[in-house]
Design a protein around this ligand. Sequence first.
Ligand SMILES: *[C@@H]1O[C@H](CO)[C@@H](O)[C@H](O)[C@H]1NC(C)=O
Ligand SMILES: [Cu+2]
Length: 326
Amino acid sequence: MKSFSVLVAAATLVAKVSAHYTWPQLIVGGVNTSTWQYVRETNNWQDLNPLTDVTSTDVRCYSSLESGTASTVTVAAGSTVGFTVVGNPSNLYHDGVLNVYMAKAPAGTDVASWDGSGDVWFKVYQIPAIADGITITFPSTGLTEATFPIPAALPSGQYLIRIEHIALHVASSFGGAQFYIACAQVQVTNGGTGTPGPLVAFPGAYTGNEPGILINIYYPIPTSYVQPGPPVWPASGSGSPAPPVSSTTVSSTKASSTVAPPTTTTASTTTFTTKTTTSAPASGTGAAEFAQCGGQGWAGATAWHLPQLSLAPFTCHVVNGMIVDF
Ligand SMILES: *[C@@H]1O[C@H](CO)[C@@H](O)[C@H](O)[C@H]1NC(C)=O
Ligand SMILES: [Cu+2]
């Protein structure tokens, strides 16, 4: 089979390494804060591996360290915050979709020691896939950071912000979707009088059987896409801005550094007041199915998919001569 010879040829020319990504820094006031300063250190801070069991408690924040590792930062309702992507390479290089949820710590509970349990999570932002009946595209692909507004109507108080990228490149079998999750701790000031909802629990919000999670994104090409989770709150306004436009070049930047170990932080609160703007994604989707995707001297598109093979689907990413996530 021709596709197999392409696969074998590419594999013999390059080394293989498994690598994914995580979300170690909160962006506040346009500043990348320190690694794991306001974001709870995730269980994949070193190996960058995804979570795949949506029934696990780890689907909440992907962190076994629910207190003592992160500080809480003050942010104004209506201001823009975000998370940076660190990985190998450092962008959301898997085709997938993005969601951001928030949850308010119960009165009298310090968010830094709150586990986020219960029906407490509401969605404030999303970047779905776009299926137009002919093609399906993933505007979050290639982002090096994701920024979004804290809803102006959100009441003041302490919250967790939970970001997730759901990578769908091998999501055609149950448990194949890859969840890249992290939670930050914030104190929201200058809040509004809204009532966020609908509220969901993690675990609980997903079964893994949702049409937007258990999905073959390659063949047949989906003619529609249903974003996992509840609708964005508030329903109208700034909570769901248009997704960023994706370009067509896959990043070839080598990410040689691993995530730095967490620094010990004391419980401090820092205030940022300036706003930042959403940046454009750095890369996008790659080559057509069965096309060459890598090897020595290859300068073309560096991702392909082989959905029809029994072993499939594959995704090929070549980063400085290495196939990642083969
Ligand atoms: C903040 O992080 C993003 C994503 O990694 C990066 O593109 C940007 O250059 C960083 N900004 C600064 C000032 O370091
Ligand atoms: Cu990956």
